[in-house]
Every structure is written in C-alpha cells, then in structure tokens.
Design a protein around this ligand. Sequence first.
Ligand code: C5P
Length: 399
Amino acid sequence: MSLLENKKIVLGITGGIAAYKCADLTRRLREQGAIVKVVMTKGAQAFITPLTMQAVSGNPVMDDLLDPAAEAAMGHIELAKWADTILIAPATANFMASLSQGLAGDLLSTICLATSAPIAICPAMNQQMWAAPATQRNLATLLADGHAIFGPGTGEQACGDIGAGRMLEPLEIISQLQRVFTQPLLNGKKITITAGPTQEAIDPVRYLSNHSSGKMGFAIAKAAINLGAKVTLIAGPVSLATPVNCQRIDVKSAEQMLAATQQACLDSDIFIACAAVADYAPETVAENKIKKSNETMAIALKRNPDILATIAGQQDKPFCVGFAAETQDVEHYAKDKLSRKNLDMIAANNVAISGQGFASDNNALSVFWKNGQQDLTLADKETLAYQLLELIEQNYSPK
Ligand code: C5P
C-alpha cells in the first residue's frame, strides 16, 4: 500500500510555467491513492486551466477567498482543516515571499496560514530569481518555520537559462512527499551535541582558544532536529544562529562544557562530541590584567578534562560519537581514539586539506565504528550531517 493511500492533499498551484506539469502530478498522486483538491492562484490560471485540473483531480477547483458556494463562505478554513498536507507546486518567488511574511491575500496563502497540516513547497523560478538574496532569505524563513522544501532541480530552464530553479518532476515530488508521512529517522531520540571551541581564561581580558567555527556541530543539531530528535546543543563561543526548536546552552571553558554535558547526558540516548575542546588551560587565572614586563613570558598550563572520554567512561553511557581532526595518518589515529576513549563511533577529518574542516562550509569525513567504516566524501556540512546521522541511527543500540 502506498504511503499516500487515502491521504487528503491540497495541491496549491501558483503562476509559473511549470504549472503545466500539475495535471500529470495530480494524475500520479491519484494513482498512489491520494485524494486531491486543487487551489489555484489567478496567475496559475494563465498557465493551466481550472477545467483541466478539475478533470484530472475529480474535484472542483477553488480559487476564490470569498466563495459564496463554499459552506458558510469559509472555504479556506474548511480546506485548511481537511488537508493532511498542503503541496505547493510550482511555488513562485512571489508566493514564497508572501508565505514567508505570513500574508493572506488570496485563498492559497490563507489556507497555508490557517492549517496545522505540514506544508511542502516545490520552488520553480528563473535561476537568478532563485539565487537572489531576498529569495534565499525567504527560503531560510520558510525552512525555519518548519516547511518542507522539495528541490528545486538544476538544469535548462524555460527561459533558456541554465541553473537551479526547475520544479522537480512529478515522480520526484511524490517520492519526497512520501517522506512527509514516514516517521522521522530519529523520532523522539534525545541527543546532546557539543560544538565550537572553548576559551580558557588567562586573565580577565585574555584567553587561549582555537579556530573552530562550530559550523559542523550546529549543522548536526539542525539535521537531528529535522529528523525528529530532541537536541541539547552545548556551544562554546561562536557566532552562529540557534537552530529552531533547539535547546542551546552557551559555555566558555572546558570545565563549564563538561558540567553542562554531564547534566544533559543524564537522559540522552546519543552524545555527539563535535567541540574542539582546548586540551590545556592556564593553571591559574590572574585576577587582574597581566602587565607586560619581560621580553618573554611563560604560562603554566594544566590538562583539561576530556569531556568525551568522561561521558564514554560512564556505566550507563549514551551512544558516544567523537570527532577527530587529524593532519596525518587519519585512520590510525581515529581507530586508536575509538578504542582508547571507549567510543561507539568516530568521524575523522583531515584538516590539512584546504577547503574542508574548521571554518569551511564543506567537509569530508571518514567514519569508523567497531565493525565497519564509511567515507563521506566532500560535501557541505549540512549534507554530511544527515549522512552521519543516518550512520549513527543504523549503528545505534539503546543503552
Ligand atoms: O583527543 P582529541 O582531542 O583529538 O579527541 C577529539 C574528540 O574528543 C572530539 O570529539 C572532541 O569533542 C572530544 N574532546 C573532548 N574533550 C576534550 C578533548 C576532546 O570532549 N578535552
């Protein structure tokens, strides 16, 4: 049985040339057993007629916010309540802008505001319009609001341009839509993640730290939330926005990070140590700013606690995942860390290769666990985060 069997789908069509594919999309949704009601904007009707959509959906097409024919003239509320999901295909730049602002100027955007059903958006526009900062800003807002974005695809466009902005093909849309109705991979799992550097105070104005940006840890937190996990993100000093629905605890030193992590791990299923914790901290912190005097100076350092090893050494430990930033012999050092720190999995990256690691948006990882390994090739950190979480889910066993 298809996951779309008997699912009630409001198909919202906005005014882009890709609207011509909606007849086929509707036919294929119905092949999967879905019940489709179509709502069209005025712009959409310039590209495909309501009559066509009525014929293929088997239901009257709606386009008017104030439709006296709808029960009590409140068609938008009825449809918003009726829908199991709202699929917007194609979604124009204008529609994305209006939805991201919460405007309700026509029937379709009003339904989107009035529904509690998931909303899936299939953008379709010229590649330059897709790349425009305003569209990307609106996209970020729509993602942060929890809407699913399918595509867009890349390729030749109706206007002759080549690039990102094509609406996905109907079969691709259907395969993505099925995911809306599947239980997310990490549903209900509690995950603690450390991210970013630590700062170890020397005196009131100086500290020891490193170049970690926190991007990988934040990407993992965001992906884990999207996959249904409940995430506590313990962050060293970084300038990154908190992912939506994430509990974030800001810390500075390794000692503070350890305390927050121990507390959060009490009821965590999985612990992912992504932070670049300083290995050493000044033995003492000067009470006042240290004045310059001699030509050289020495600061005595003491070893910081190993947060990951501490958690992984506990009796009732969560599934522990470490990171290893190496500059040589990556596999050897990673496997050594896996067994020495009693980890369940380790993700190693070679920070000596430019264009990946630390402050970069991209990374490549070699992941090792007790009886296996997998290379995750160079990709943006968000993509890698999903791939890593999939590997974690496949190897996870409850504590
Ligand atoms: O031993 P190394 O620092 O290379 O290990 C890296 C892994 O251990 C990372 O997952 C890092 O977050 C974690 N770690 C830690 N506390 C430390 C040092 C490293 O949690 N003091």
